[in-house]
Design a protein. Structure first.
Lengths: 289, 345, 352
């Protein structure tokens, strides 16, 4: 039968379609919907009531701790994004200026931390930043300070620093890729027209790498806001974030509906961040109509 | 459920196989099915017990309180004869009639060997109900204060030391609302720290808020606390993991000592209880009696670091006041309040 | 004309590959000079060295008597039209064109006025607010040109700027570039691999291959008086008849000893050589004024629009003859015996 190969083709295409749409639906959309549904139930003592209510959302907006903590967390994550850009951009710029094998070897080395266990990295960071940690001991040994600084550890600064260090690779990569995509002859054109290195950077490279900067910022922000381990491990008594609250609702309070409601709210923040990033990034990329 | 069915089926299958293999099979040996935590039924003890009684002991180890509940509730107590359970958890097994009263006269070593604070079981909270004994204490650990002997010259006596302004930023506390409210209520003279009234709860919250400036960090695991201790200047640790934590710190080279506070130390107390489905209640009681030996008590402490109820240990001094943790009035409420405390600036 | 820029003994190697061998070249002020060669001939390297994008290993690039070979790009009073235009995608047409003035700190009002003038010159006045992505290839080409001329450079470097355009547009742009050149009177150095383009546009053509300059001269010179086999073959469909050079510019070939025009560049007597005759210089029949006449048989006649090319077999050597086409057809058919005639000055002699 001549129709057979076409039939098989159609089946394969169907499977591919199923994978392309099915996986995100199964692993992202359905769980999210699950959260959404769960967030409409409510808990009394240890009893879960399967009745639809908005009480969890009302509680989020009326209780005095949730909105401020969310606001503080958003600000913190914006700062993390800012720091990651500030440190990641020069690194990415330096990398993209390298030639041949050296460039990719170094890039690989920078990405190696991504393969390491999160907890181990955090332990390492904590022993660097701690009161008797490497940083303080070095500063004391150098005679710069005589008492250990408590500025770096077990407070929001520590969360900021740790998240920035952990998420730096996620900032470097998109910036590096956007820098790589800038045709080298645009730099030649800029210099040819009399532009100094600084002028070429600020007028040509920087604006053209902005889409990468924005996707880096979006990446870092989204990853940072979802993180609940870092504030626990280095935040001390003041480094409390929204992720911690959600975690406690599932982990210790067993108030899954409220935890789900908070998760849905966090997901909304993340989606807004991604949309803003996409819109900004698209505009800056010089894609017009 | 499925697991317990399979577990129930396996011995039968094994027995059937043995029968088929040997026509001259002896009468069915006595069998004891034990549900226990690691370290509560070590091989050498099991072998000795089997030799002494001729019984066949089958031990299943569990990893969490919820797992015990699932296994016992799932089979309505029929899959196991004897189980290890803490006094807080025990209550729901009594409520659900999954455990049966124990005849203490079958366990003479309890009276003979148990330490003074456990000897009179009518004074051990949680093991008796309506005049009936439901469980025999086996081992315990307390949540005391670990203090840095280089910094804290006079041994502290009360958890109040955690609030001492001279230890600002040098306290490691545990990240758990339930326990934190309980121990704070104890420092405020509350009799039942597990069932706080609204006023008691509010007072404890106020006091916990004042603890924050002294706290460097809230930890969750013993390992984590040790790691923070090594890299920072710590004077006091609220020791959720008791002796285990002391040992971990000492291994790391820290100069630390341990005390239970005078207002009472929150403690857990693990006991042995007999299920309603026990095939051979006598054998189950024999097992409990067997574990009441001083030698096993000493071995237990040596091997696990937990306090034995028969052999003295550093987990508690003879006159220490231990307060066995119970299910609290409203865990969700405590978790929410704890979040508010942590979120407070 | 005065010399604007002079390359003296310039050489360059990339690793083991020598891309330029001892180049001497003087660019005259105000001329339209084309560097013509196949890919890999070194023509682009010369342009990039003048622009400052590459440094020579040896030699000097003299501007006003000063060696600028190692000056930074942005200090050279030259501007470049890049092969793929290299327009800044995030700037409008006006932004692109005004860039050179902007980085010099020119006042915005002046920039605006100059951009307007230059855009008018390249006939893009109405597109100032568009982005490069919204322009056609020809329009982008003009923006690139406007951007290069706005700073009034001493020299404009054009790196195969028409290569990406289709044939029709390329013809238009050739005219356009010549017009602009006449208008602004700036020196143009134009690099191309297309000999028709070079002939159509240049005042002088510098033919290159293998990193060397093979011939430098006006389009008619390099077209009609090639000095080498390569140049003779590079410009279209020349007839090359192999033989041995004799005295006074003659060459002994299978179709007889042919007299050739001599200009002192011929190979010595006895050397292997080619007689080079352009197909359009050959006439059918013994015409008056012709110095050389041979006989042969027509083997093919191919109509090609304005011209018809006939191939005539002369003693086993095929010679192409290009004749003006006529509507009623040429009185030639395959198999006809014909005489071919040409003048001595139309026959050149080059070394084989």
């Amino acid at each position: 039968m001549t129709a057979k190969p076409i039939e098989a083709d159609r089946i394969w295409r169907g499977i591919a379609l199923l994978a392309a749409y099915g996986l995100p639906i199964f692993f992202i959309l359905l769980p999210l919907c699950g959260f959404l549904v769960y967030s409409l139930f409510w808990v009394e003592g240890t009893e879960l009531h399967y009745e639809l209510t908005l009480v969890n959302y009302r509680r989020f907006f009326t209780d005095e701790i949730y909105v401020p903590v969310l606001r503080q967390t958003v600000v913190l994550c914006l700062e993390v994004a800012g720091l990651c850009i500030a440190f990641g951009y020069p690194v990415a710029y330096f990398l993209s200026g390298l030639k041949g094998r050296k460039k990719y070897t170094l890039l690989m080395l920078l990405l190696v931390p991504l393969l390491m266990s999160y907890i181990i990295k955090m332990y390492a960071i904590r022993s660097i930043l701690g009161g008797n940690g490497f940083l303080n001991r070095s500063l004391i040994a150098l005679g710069i300070i005589d008492q250990p600084l408590t500025f770096f550890v077990f407070n929001l600064n520590a969360v900021l620093l740790t998240l920035s260090v952990l998420l730096l690779p996620f900032a470097i990569l998109p910036i590096f890729l956007s820098l790589e995509r800038i045709p080298k002859n645009l730099l030649e054109a800029s210099a040819d027209l009399g532009g100094s290195n600084a002028q070429s950077f600020f007028r040509v490279i920087l604006p053209l790498s902005l889409p990468g900067v924005i996707s880096a910022a979006t990446f870092v922000f989204v990853l940072a806001i979802g993180d609940f381990l870092t504030p626990q491990m280095v935040g001390g008594q003041s480094g409390f974030t929204f992720g911690r609250i959600i975690y406690s609702q599932f982990g210790t309070a067993f108030n899954w509906p409220f935890g789900s409601a908070l998760s849905v709210i966090l997901a909304a923040v993340v989606i807004v961040a991604i949309l803003v990033g996409a819109r900004f990034g698209g505009e800056k990329a010089g894609v017009h109509r | 459920m499925l697991k317990s069915v399979i577990r129930g089926a396996l011995p039968m299958l094994a027995a059937a196989t043995m029968l088929a293999m040997s026509s001259s099979a002896p009468a069915m040996a006595k069998e004891l099915r034990v549900l226990a935590w690691q370290g509560y039924a070590d091989d050498d003890w099991v072998k000795a017990f089997e030799k002494e009684t001729g019984a066949d002991v089958k031990v299943v180890f569990i990893g969490s309180d919820d797992e015990i509940w699932a296994k016992i509730k799932g089979s309505e107590g029929k899959d196991f004869d004897v189980m290890a359970v803490n006094t807080g958890q025990l209550q729901r097994y009594i409520d659900a009639k999954l455990v049966q009263p124990i005849d203490l006269s079958k366990i003479p070593d309890q009276k003979a060997n148990q330490l003074p604070i456990f000897n009179d079981l009518t004074k051990v909270k949680g093991v008796m109900r309506d005049g009936q004994l439901y469980a025999v204490p086996f081992c315990f650990d307390s949540i005391g204060i670990i203090y840095n002997t280089d910094e804290v010259k006079t041994p502290p006596t009360s958890m109040d030391v955690l609030w001492d302004p001279q230890y600002k930023g040098k306290v490691l506390a545990y990240d758990n609302g339930e326990h934190n409210f309980s121990f704070t209520a104890l420092t405020q003279g509350v009799q039942d720290p597990f069932h706080l009234t609204a006023e008691q709860m509010a007072a404890a919250k106020e006091k916990l808020l004042k603890l924050k400036p002294n706290v460097l960090s809230f930890y969750t695991t013993a390992d984590e606390a040790t790691q923070i201790y090594k890299n920072n200047d710590i004077a006091l640790v609220w020791a959720n993991y008791g002796q285990q934590q002391v040992k971990s710190l000492q291994d790391a080279g820290a100069h630390v000592a341990y005390v239970n506070p005078k207002e009472g130390a929150l403690s857990w107390l693990d006991t042995w209880a007999v299920t309603v489905g026990a095939q051979d209640k006598d054998l189950a009681e024999q097992w409990i009696n067997f574990l009441m030996s001083k030698q096993i008590g000493a071995q237990l402490t040596e091997r696990t670091g937990f306090g034995s109820t028969t052999a003295p240990s550093s987990n508690a001094k003879p006159d220490d006041k231990l307060i066995y943790v119970e299910t609290v009035e409203d865990p969700t409420k405590r978790a929410d309040l704890w979040n508010e405390i942590k979120a407070a600036q | 004309m005065a010399v604007l820029l002079e390359l003296k003994g310039v050489g360059k190697a990339f690793g083991a590959t020598r891309v330029l061998e001892h180049i001497d070249l003087a660019v005259e002020d105000g001329e339209f000079i084309t560097i013509l060669g196949p890919s890999g001939s070194g023509k682009t390297t010369i342009l990039r060295m003048i622009g400052g994008f590459t440094q020579p290993d040896q030699g000097q690039i003299l501007l006003d008597g000063r060696d600028i070979a190692h000056d930074p790009i942005n200090r050279r009073p030259f501007n470049t039209v890049f092969q793929d235009y290299a327009l800044f995608p995030h700037m409008t047409v006006a932004g692109n064109v005004g860039y050179g003035l902007k980085v010099r700190g020119t006042a915005n009002a002046v920039i605006k006025q100059r951009v307007g003038e230059v855009l008018d010159l390249v006939q893009l006045g109405s597109l100032a607010a568009r982005y490069p992505a919204q322009l056609s290839g020809g329009q982008r080409q003009r923006v690139a040109l406007a951007r290069a001329i706005i700073c009034q450079p001493r020299l404009i470097l054009l790196d195969e700027p028409l290569a990406a355009l289709d044939v029709e547009l390329r013809k238009q742009m050739q005219e356009f570039l010549k017009d602009i050149h006449r208008e602004i009177k700036t020196t143009f150095l134009f690099v191309t691999h297309d000999q028709e383009e070079a002939i159509a546009m240049a005042d002088r053509i510098c033919v290159m291959n293998y990193g060397k300059i093979l011939q430098l001269g006006s389009p008619t010179e390099v077209y009609y008086r090639p000095h080498s086999e390569f140049v003779a073959r590079f410009f279209g469909d020349n007839n090359l008849i192999e033989g041995v050079a004799g005295d006074r510019g003659s060459v002994a070939t299978p179709i007889g000893t042919l007299p050739c025009a001599a200009d002192g560049t011929e190979p010595a007597a006895g050397a292997k050589a080619f007689a080079v005759i352009r197909p359009e210089a050959i006439r059918i029949g013994n015409e008056p004024g012709a110095n050389t006449v041979v006989a042969g048989q027509v083997s093919s006649v191919n109509f090609g629009g304005a011209a018809t090319v006939a191939v005539v077999d002369v003693a086993g050597v095929p010679l192409r003859v290009k004749l003006p086409s006529r509507a009623e057809g040429l009185p030639l058919k395959v198999g006809d015996r014909v005489q071919l005639a040409w003048r001595t000055e139309d026959c050149r002699l080059v070394a084989a």
